[in-house]
Write a new protein. Structure first.
Lengths: 114, 113
């Protein structure tokens, strides 16, 4: 099984809403990632979790709050988002967070903030 | 200077020909290099990775790495219309206890019948 799953596929939320994105992998990977991708741009790294601990936070605004409940799950909690936060949110995983590790992406969640 | 640079294209190649995609990177300490394919509206799909200088072949795809020139390329032989997509070059850079992938802006490839 080389699949990373993400739910929901699409999400529309208002600026006062609280919602969560979910990501799951069953490959035994110990590193998981959140990326944000705007149209016609490459993915931009947001967070890296290594062995369930936050290793990298790319100066992401606090309205995005990641959580790694266990080695298979990664959540991204959203609160008070802005319309410019509308994007494709991608989760990825790799065996570890060291170099020489391929990252595999999930299908993404298309987020629209009204 | 951008950390990972690619020609944005579009690169138009006739069906059956070889498509050549290029990428340069700025960090000499980079250890591993990846090519992802991304269809419109979909997530990136890993198609090749390379760590050592030289060529690595997988089916119709060949990745080439030259660390001295800080250059990595992807060749696609016998190009098919289904190869039309954006190709993202990605470079793995190590930061303290974890590494992160930096993506180039991508090259749009169009295979014309």
């Amino acid at each position: 099984d080389t699949e990373v799953t993400q739910t929901p596929k699409h999400l529309v939320m208002g600026m006062t809403n609280k919602k969560s994105l979910k990501c799951e992998q069953h490959m035994g990977h110990r590193a998981m990632y959140w990326y944000k991708q705007k149209a016609k741009k490459p993915p931009e790294l947001m967070f890296v979790y290594s062995y369930e601990k936050l290793s990298i936070n790319e100066s992401v605004p606090s309205r995005f709050s990641p959580e790694c409940p266990n080695s298979s799950l990664l959540n991204l909690h959203l609160h008070a988002l802005q319309p410019e936060d509308s994007a494709l949110y991608l989760c990825a995983s790799s065996q570890t967070a060291g170099s020489h590790n391929e990252q595999f992406f999930g299908p993404g969640t298309r987020l629209t903030v009204l | 200077q951008k950390e990972v640079e690619q020609n944005s294209g579009p690169l138009s190649v006739p069906e059956g020909a070889i498509a050549s995609l290029n990428c340069t990177y700025s960090d000499r300490g980079s250890q591993s290099f990846f090519w992802y394919r991304q269809y419109s509206g979909k997530s990136p799909e890993l198609i090749m990775f390379i760590y050592s200088n030289g060529d690595k072949e997988d089916g119709r795809f060949t990745a080439q790495l030259n660390k001295a020139s800080q250059y990595v390329s992807l060749l696609i032989r016998d190009s098919q219309p289904s190869d039309s997509a954006t190709y993202l070059c990605a470079v793995n850079m190590l930061y303290s206890s974890a590494s992160k992938i930096i993506f180039g802006s991508g090259t749009r490839l169009s295979i014309r019948p």
